[in-house]
Write a protein that binds this ligand. Structure first.
Ligand SMILES: Cc1ncc(COP(=O)(O)O)c(C=O)c1O
Length: 372
Protein backbone atom coordinates (compact mmCIF):
# COMPACT_ATOMS: atom_id res chain seq x y z
CA UNK A 1 0.00 0.00 0.00
CA UNK A 2 1.29 3.46 -0.90
CA UNK A 3 1.79 5.77 2.08
CA UNK A 4 1.29 9.45 1.22
CA UNK A 5 1.26 12.35 3.66
CA UNK A 6 1.18 9.82 6.53
CA UNK A 7 -2.04 8.11 5.38
CA UNK A 8 -2.33 4.68 3.76
CA UNK A 9 -5.50 5.84 2.06
CA UNK A 10 -5.44 9.58 1.28
CA UNK A 11 -8.58 11.61 0.76
CA UNK A 12 -7.60 12.69 -2.75
CA UNK A 13 -4.58 12.43 -5.01
CA UNK A 14 -3.93 14.79 -7.93
CA UNK A 15 -2.67 13.03 -11.07
CA UNK A 16 0.43 14.35 -12.84
CA UNK A 17 1.62 12.06 -15.62
CA UNK A 18 4.34 12.16 -18.27
CA UNK A 19 2.09 13.72 -20.89
CA UNK A 20 1.26 16.60 -18.56
CA UNK A 21 4.91 17.12 -17.67
CA UNK A 22 5.81 17.12 -21.34
CA UNK A 23 3.04 19.58 -22.18
CA UNK A 24 4.32 21.86 -19.41
CA UNK A 25 7.92 21.74 -20.63
CA UNK A 26 6.93 22.32 -24.26
CA UNK A 27 4.80 25.31 -23.36
CA UNK A 28 7.64 26.81 -21.27
CA UNK A 29 10.09 26.34 -24.12
CA UNK A 30 7.92 27.49 -27.01
CA UNK A 31 5.14 29.81 -25.90
CA UNK A 32 4.59 33.24 -24.39
CA UNK A 33 4.50 32.55 -20.65
CA UNK A 34 1.38 34.68 -20.20
CA UNK A 35 -1.51 34.43 -22.68
CA UNK A 36 0.32 31.93 -24.87
CA UNK A 37 -1.43 29.77 -27.43
CA UNK A 38 -2.26 27.05 -24.91
CA UNK A 39 -4.51 29.46 -23.01
CA UNK A 40 -6.70 30.10 -26.06
CA UNK A 41 -6.76 26.42 -26.99
CA UNK A 42 -7.70 25.41 -23.45
CA UNK A 43 -10.52 27.97 -23.49
CA UNK A 44 -11.85 26.70 -26.82
CA UNK A 45 -11.70 23.08 -25.72
CA UNK A 46 -13.28 23.78 -22.35
CA UNK A 47 -16.13 25.73 -23.99
CA UNK A 48 -16.77 22.82 -26.36
CA UNK A 49 -16.65 20.35 -23.48
CA UNK A 50 -19.29 22.33 -21.56
CA UNK A 51 -21.40 22.90 -24.67
CA UNK A 52 -21.19 26.70 -24.61
CA UNK A 53 -19.89 29.31 -27.03
CA UNK A 54 -17.35 31.08 -24.83
CA UNK A 55 -14.87 30.21 -22.09
CA UNK A 56 -12.60 32.76 -20.40
CA UNK A 57 -9.84 31.51 -18.13
CA UNK A 58 -8.86 33.24 -14.89
CA UNK A 59 -6.28 32.89 -12.12
CA UNK A 60 -8.67 31.01 -9.78
CA UNK A 61 -12.24 29.88 -9.26
CA UNK A 62 -12.80 32.76 -6.85
CA UNK A 63 -11.67 35.21 -9.54
CA UNK A 64 -13.96 33.46 -12.04
CA UNK A 65 -16.96 34.05 -9.74
CA UNK A 66 -16.05 37.66 -8.99
CA UNK A 67 -15.39 38.51 -12.63
CA UNK A 68 -18.56 36.71 -13.75
CA UNK A 69 -20.60 38.84 -11.33
CA UNK A 70 -18.94 42.07 -12.45
CA UNK A 71 -19.26 41.10 -16.12
CA UNK A 72 -23.04 40.88 -15.79
CA UNK A 73 -23.00 44.30 -14.14
CA UNK A 74 -23.50 43.39 -10.48
CA UNK A 75 -22.38 46.15 -8.11
CA UNK A 76 -23.00 48.23 -5.00
CA UNK A 77 -26.34 47.53 -3.36
CA UNK A 78 -27.20 44.60 -5.62
CA UNK A 79 -27.97 41.45 -3.67
CA UNK A 80 -26.75 38.02 -4.66
CA UNK A 81 -28.29 34.99 -2.98
CA UNK A 82 -26.20 31.89 -2.40
CA UNK A 83 -25.75 28.98 -0.04
CA UNK A 84 -24.10 29.25 3.37
CA UNK A 85 -22.99 25.62 2.96
CA UNK A 86 -20.10 25.86 0.51
CA UNK A 87 -16.44 26.77 0.46
CA UNK A 88 -16.36 30.36 1.66
CA UNK A 89 -14.92 31.63 -1.65
CA UNK A 90 -18.44 31.44 -3.13
CA UNK A 91 -19.82 34.30 -1.08
CA UNK A 92 -16.46 36.07 -0.71
CA UNK A 93 -16.58 36.57 -4.49
CA UNK A 94 -19.83 38.53 -4.10
CA UNK A 95 -18.11 40.85 -1.63
CA UNK A 96 -15.04 41.17 -3.89
CA UNK A 97 -17.43 42.22 -6.68
CA UNK A 98 -18.62 45.00 -4.37
CA UNK A 99 -22.14 43.58 -3.90
CA UNK A 100 -24.13 42.21 -0.98
CA UNK A 101 -24.12 38.45 -0.26
CA UNK A 102 -27.41 37.06 1.05
CA UNK A 103 -27.93 33.46 2.10
CA UNK A 104 -30.77 30.99 1.78
CA UNK A 105 -30.83 27.58 3.43
CA UNK A 106 -30.07 24.20 1.84
CA UNK A 107 -32.55 21.41 1.00
CA UNK A 108 -33.46 19.17 3.91
CA UNK A 109 -32.74 16.02 1.92
CA UNK A 110 -29.49 17.06 0.22
CA UNK A 111 -26.49 19.34 0.24
CA UNK A 112 -27.49 22.07 -2.23
CA UNK A 113 -29.27 25.40 -2.13
CA UNK A 114 -33.06 25.05 -1.76
CA UNK A 115 -34.95 26.95 -4.53
CA UNK A 116 -38.02 27.50 -2.33
CA UNK A 117 -35.92 28.98 0.44
CA UNK A 118 -34.28 31.25 -2.13
CA UNK A 119 -37.67 32.35 -3.47
CA UNK A 120 -38.78 33.34 0.01
CA UNK A 121 -35.71 35.56 0.38
CA UNK A 122 -35.86 37.44 -2.92
CA UNK A 123 -36.06 41.22 -2.65
CA UNK A 124 -36.36 43.94 -5.30
CA UNK A 125 -32.56 44.25 -5.06
CA UNK A 126 -31.82 40.59 -5.86
CA UNK A 127 -29.83 40.59 -9.11
CA UNK A 128 -28.31 37.09 -9.12
CA UNK A 129 -28.48 33.65 -7.54
CA UNK A 130 -25.43 31.42 -7.22
CA UNK A 131 -26.37 27.75 -6.81
CA UNK A 132 -23.32 25.59 -6.00
CA UNK A 133 -23.13 22.03 -7.38
CA UNK A 134 -21.68 20.91 -4.10
CA UNK A 135 -19.46 17.80 -4.01
CA UNK A 136 -20.27 17.29 -7.72
CA UNK A 137 -24.07 16.95 -7.24
CA UNK A 138 -26.01 19.17 -9.68
CA UNK A 139 -28.20 21.77 -7.98
CA UNK A 140 -31.93 22.04 -8.90
CA UNK A 141 -31.22 24.09 -12.00
CA UNK A 142 -34.70 23.88 -13.58
CA UNK A 143 -36.22 25.54 -10.56
CA UNK A 144 -33.51 28.17 -10.34
CA UNK A 145 -33.85 28.96 -14.03
CA UNK A 146 -37.62 29.34 -13.66
CA UNK A 147 -37.11 31.69 -10.72
CA UNK A 148 -34.57 33.74 -12.67
CA UNK A 149 -36.62 33.90 -15.88
CA UNK A 150 -39.70 35.10 -14.02
CA UNK A 151 -37.92 37.92 -12.28
CA UNK A 152 -35.00 38.87 -14.55
CA UNK A 153 -32.45 37.49 -12.12
CA UNK A 154 -29.18 36.00 -13.43
CA UNK A 155 -28.26 32.46 -12.44
CA UNK A 156 -24.52 31.97 -11.99
CA UNK A 157 -23.48 28.37 -11.47
CA UNK A 158 -20.65 27.69 -9.04
CA UNK A 159 -19.43 24.52 -10.74
CA UNK A 160 -16.04 24.60 -9.01
CA UNK A 161 -16.64 21.08 -7.64
CA UNK A 162 -18.54 19.62 -10.57
CA UNK A 163 -16.52 19.55 -13.83
CA UNK A 164 -18.39 17.28 -16.21
CA UNK A 165 -21.50 16.68 -14.07
CA UNK A 166 -24.70 16.51 -16.14
CA UNK A 167 -28.25 17.62 -15.74
CA UNK A 168 -30.66 16.15 -18.28
CA UNK A 169 -27.92 15.63 -20.85
CA UNK A 170 -26.33 19.06 -20.47
CA UNK A 171 -23.12 19.73 -18.64
CA UNK A 172 -23.10 21.99 -15.60
CA UNK A 173 -21.78 25.43 -16.39
CA UNK A 174 -24.05 25.58 -19.46
CA UNK A 175 -27.30 25.58 -17.46
CA UNK A 176 -27.42 29.15 -16.17
CA UNK A 177 -26.39 32.53 -17.55
CA UNK A 178 -22.75 31.97 -16.57
CA UNK A 179 -20.83 29.04 -15.08
CA UNK A 180 -17.64 29.19 -13.01
CA UNK A 181 -14.99 26.53 -12.44
CA UNK A 182 -11.88 26.13 -10.29
CA UNK A 183 -8.83 24.11 -11.29
CA UNK A 184 -7.29 24.03 -7.82
CA UNK A 185 -5.22 20.90 -7.20
CA UNK A 186 -7.94 18.94 -5.37
CA UNK A 187 -10.60 19.33 -8.09
CA UNK A 188 -11.82 16.65 -10.53
CA UNK A 189 -9.38 18.19 -12.99
CA UNK A 190 -6.56 20.59 -12.16
CA UNK A 191 -4.05 22.80 -13.92
CA UNK A 192 -1.49 21.73 -11.29
CA UNK A 193 -1.80 25.03 -9.49
CA UNK A 194 -4.47 27.69 -9.17
CA UNK A 195 -6.74 28.47 -12.08
CA UNK A 196 -10.36 29.07 -13.04
CA UNK A 197 -12.75 29.36 -15.99
CA UNK A 198 -15.90 31.32 -16.82
CA UNK A 199 -18.24 29.77 -19.39
CA UNK A 200 -21.23 31.41 -21.05
CA UNK A 201 -23.23 31.78 -24.25
CA UNK A 202 -23.46 35.53 -23.71
CA UNK A 203 -20.92 37.29 -25.94
CA UNK A 204 -21.05 40.56 -23.99
CA UNK A 205 -20.34 38.79 -20.72
CA UNK A 206 -17.44 36.88 -22.30
CA UNK A 207 -15.97 40.13 -23.72
CA UNK A 208 -16.28 41.89 -20.37
CA UNK A 209 -14.71 38.91 -18.55
CA UNK A 210 -11.74 38.89 -20.98
CA UNK A 211 -11.18 42.56 -20.24
CA UNK A 212 -11.62 42.24 -16.44
CA UNK A 213 -9.12 39.39 -16.16
CA UNK A 214 -6.55 41.34 -18.19
CA UNK A 215 -6.23 44.62 -16.26
CA UNK A 216 -9.43 46.04 -17.75
CA UNK A 217 -7.91 46.32 -21.20
CA UNK A 218 -9.81 47.24 -24.37
CA UNK A 219 -6.59 46.85 -26.38
CA UNK A 220 -2.90 46.78 -25.56
CA UNK A 221 -2.64 50.42 -24.46
CA UNK A 222 -6.24 51.33 -23.71
CA UNK A 223 -8.36 50.49 -20.75
CA UNK A 224 -12.15 50.28 -20.60
CA UNK A 225 -12.69 49.29 -16.96
CA UNK A 226 -10.80 48.83 -13.70
CA UNK A 227 -9.67 45.24 -14.10
CA UNK A 228 -7.33 42.74 -12.51
CA UNK A 229 -4.22 40.74 -13.24
CA UNK A 230 -6.14 37.50 -13.13
CA UNK A 231 -4.98 35.47 -16.11
CA UNK A 232 -4.30 31.76 -16.24
CA UNK A 233 -0.59 31.11 -16.85
CA UNK A 234 0.27 29.42 -20.13
CA UNK A 235 2.00 26.47 -18.47
CA UNK A 236 -1.08 25.76 -16.38
CA UNK A 237 -3.33 25.94 -19.44
CA UNK A 238 -1.05 23.46 -21.24
CA UNK A 239 -1.46 20.99 -18.36
CA UNK A 240 -5.19 21.71 -18.18
CA UNK A 241 -5.63 20.68 -21.83
CA UNK A 242 -4.26 17.22 -21.07
CA UNK A 243 -6.29 16.92 -17.86
CA UNK A 244 -9.47 17.85 -19.73
CA UNK A 245 -8.95 14.91 -22.11
CA UNK A 246 -8.88 12.56 -19.09
CA UNK A 247 -11.79 14.10 -17.23
CA UNK A 248 -14.59 11.83 -18.46
CA UNK A 249 -12.63 8.68 -17.71
CA UNK A 250 -11.71 10.00 -14.23
CA UNK A 251 -15.32 10.96 -13.52
CA UNK A 252 -16.43 7.48 -14.55
CA UNK A 253 -13.91 6.00 -12.09
CA UNK A 254 -15.25 8.29 -9.34
CA UNK A 255 -18.81 7.22 -10.15
CA UNK A 256 -17.87 3.52 -10.01
CA UNK A 257 -16.21 3.97 -6.63
CA UNK A 258 -19.17 5.98 -5.33
CA UNK A 259 -21.45 3.14 -6.36
CA UNK A 260 -19.24 0.70 -4.52
CA UNK A 261 -19.30 2.87 -1.37
CA UNK A 262 -23.09 2.93 -1.58
CA UNK A 263 -23.21 -0.88 -1.74
CA UNK A 264 -20.61 -1.40 0.99
CA UNK A 265 -22.15 1.14 3.36
CA UNK A 266 -25.81 0.26 2.77
CA UNK A 267 -27.46 -0.22 6.15
CA UNK A 268 -24.38 0.86 8.16
CA UNK A 269 -25.67 1.96 11.57
CA UNK A 270 -25.97 5.70 11.98
CA UNK A 271 -24.52 6.51 8.56
CA UNK A 272 -26.63 8.40 5.99
CA UNK A 273 -25.42 7.98 2.43
CA UNK A 274 -25.36 10.86 -0.09
CA UNK A 275 -28.84 11.52 -1.51
CA UNK A 276 -29.90 9.12 -4.27
CA UNK A 277 -29.16 10.34 -7.79
CA UNK A 278 -32.22 12.05 -9.27
CA UNK A 279 -33.39 10.89 -12.70
CA UNK A 280 -31.54 12.75 -15.46
CA UNK A 281 -28.67 13.76 -13.21
CA UNK A 282 -25.08 12.53 -13.35
CA UNK A 283 -23.09 13.66 -10.32
CA UNK A 284 -19.30 13.43 -10.50
CA UNK A 285 -18.47 12.79 -6.82
CA UNK A 286 -15.81 15.40 -6.29
CA UNK A 287 -16.31 14.22 -2.72
CA UNK A 288 -18.17 11.23 -1.31
CA UNK A 289 -19.89 12.69 1.72
CA UNK A 290 -21.81 10.73 4.35
CA UNK A 291 -23.69 12.17 7.31
CA UNK A 292 -23.61 10.84 10.87
CA UNK A 293 -24.32 11.97 14.43
CA UNK A 294 -21.03 10.19 15.29
CA UNK A 295 -19.08 12.04 12.66
CA UNK A 296 -16.15 13.07 14.88
CA UNK A 297 -15.73 9.55 16.29
CA UNK A 298 -15.84 8.09 12.79
CA UNK A 299 -13.27 10.59 11.53
CA UNK A 300 -10.79 9.84 14.31
CA UNK A 301 -11.37 6.08 13.96
CA UNK A 302 -10.55 6.33 10.23
CA UNK A 303 -7.50 8.49 10.85
CA UNK A 304 -6.15 6.14 13.56
CA UNK A 305 -6.37 3.39 10.96
CA UNK A 306 -4.45 5.25 8.26
CA UNK A 307 -7.45 6.63 6.36
CA UNK A 308 -7.62 10.36 5.72
CA UNK A 309 -11.07 11.87 6.19
CA UNK A 310 -12.13 15.52 6.11
CA UNK A 311 -15.06 17.79 6.84
CA UNK A 312 -16.41 19.96 4.06
CA UNK A 313 -17.43 22.16 5.89
CA UNK A 314 -17.42 22.26 9.70
CA UNK A 315 -18.51 25.91 9.90
CA UNK A 316 -21.19 27.27 7.56
CA UNK A 317 -20.15 30.52 5.92
CA UNK A 318 -22.62 32.70 7.80
CA UNK A 319 -21.05 31.62 11.11
CA UNK A 320 -17.49 32.44 10.07
CA UNK A 321 -16.22 35.43 12.07
CA UNK A 322 -16.11 38.05 9.26
CA UNK A 323 -19.70 37.20 8.26
CA UNK A 324 -20.97 37.28 11.85
CA UNK A 325 -19.28 40.64 12.35
CA UNK A 326 -20.21 42.25 9.04
CA UNK A 327 -23.73 40.88 8.56
CA UNK A 328 -24.83 40.01 12.11
CA UNK A 329 -25.51 36.32 11.46
CA UNK A 330 -25.75 33.94 14.39
CA UNK A 331 -26.66 30.33 15.21
CA UNK A 332 -30.12 29.35 14.06
CA UNK A 333 -30.17 31.58 10.96
CA UNK A 334 -29.85 28.64 8.52
CA UNK A 335 -30.70 25.45 10.45
CA UNK A 336 -30.22 22.92 7.64
CA UNK A 337 -26.76 24.22 6.81
CA UNK A 338 -25.83 24.24 10.48
CA UNK A 339 -27.05 20.67 10.96
CA UNK A 340 -25.05 19.48 7.94
CA UNK A 341 -21.93 21.21 9.24
CA UNK A 342 -22.17 19.07 12.37
CA UNK A 343 -22.74 15.79 10.52
CA UNK A 344 -20.88 15.64 7.19
CA UNK A 345 -17.80 13.51 6.64
CA UNK A 346 -15.87 13.22 3.36
CA UNK A 347 -14.43 9.76 2.63
CA UNK A 348 -11.47 9.17 0.29
CA UNK A 349 -12.40 9.28 -3.38
CA UNK A 350 -10.28 9.96 -6.48
CA UNK A 351 -9.78 8.30 -9.86
CA UNK A 352 -6.95 6.08 -8.64
CA UNK A 353 -8.59 4.75 -5.47
CA UNK A 354 -8.90 0.96 -5.61
CA UNK A 355 -11.88 -1.27 -4.82
CA UNK A 356 -9.83 -2.76 -2.00
CA UNK A 357 -9.30 0.69 -0.48
CA UNK A 358 -13.01 1.51 -0.71
CA UNK A 359 -13.79 -1.78 1.04
CA UNK A 360 -11.23 -1.08 3.78
CA UNK A 361 -12.73 2.37 4.44
CA UNK A 362 -16.26 0.94 4.43
CA UNK A 363 -15.33 -1.84 6.86
CA UNK A 364 -13.89 0.72 9.26
CA UNK A 365 -17.06 2.81 8.93
CA UNK A 366 -19.12 -0.21 9.95
CA UNK A 367 -17.12 -0.81 13.12
CA UNK A 368 -19.84 -1.37 15.78
CA UNK A 369 -17.86 0.34 18.56
CA UNK A 370 -18.26 3.68 16.83
CA UNK A 371 -21.95 4.20 17.40
CA UNK A 372 -22.05 2.99 21.01
C1 LIG B 1 -17.59 25.51 -4.32
C2 LIG B 1 -16.36 26.31 -4.56
N1 LIG B 1 -16.47 27.60 -4.94
C3 LIG B 1 -15.39 28.35 -5.18
C4 LIG B 1 -14.13 27.84 -5.04
C5 LIG B 1 -12.97 28.75 -5.27
O1 LIG B 1 -12.03 28.25 -6.18
P1 LIG B 1 -10.49 28.65 -6.06
O2 LIG B 1 -9.93 27.94 -4.86
O3 LIG B 1 -9.89 28.17 -7.33
O4 LIG B 1 -10.41 30.11 -5.91
C6 LIG B 1 -13.96 26.51 -4.65
C7 LIG B 1 -12.66 25.88 -4.54
O5 LIG B 1 -11.78 25.91 -3.90
C8 LIG B 1 -15.10 25.73 -4.37
O6 LIG B 1 -14.99 24.47 -3.97
Amino acid sequence: MQVKHGFNIPLMRPIVDQEMLQAAVLSLQNEKLVMGESVYKFEEEFARYCGVRYAVSTASGTAALQIALQSIGIEGNDEVITTPFSFFATSNAVIHAGAQPRFADVENDGFNLDPQNVEARLTPRTRAIIPVHLYGHPARMDEFRDLGDDKGISIIEDACQAHGAEHHGRRVGSLGHVGCFSFYTSKNMTVCGDGGMIVTNDEQVADAARSFRDCGRASRYTMQRIGYTSRLNTVNAAIGRVQLRRLDEWNEARRRMAKMYRTELEGATGVDLPPAERPGETPVYHLFVVRSDHRDQLASHLEKNGVEAAIHYPIPIHLQTPYRTKYGHSEGSFPQAERLAGRVLSLPIHPAITAKEVKTVSRLMRDPTISE
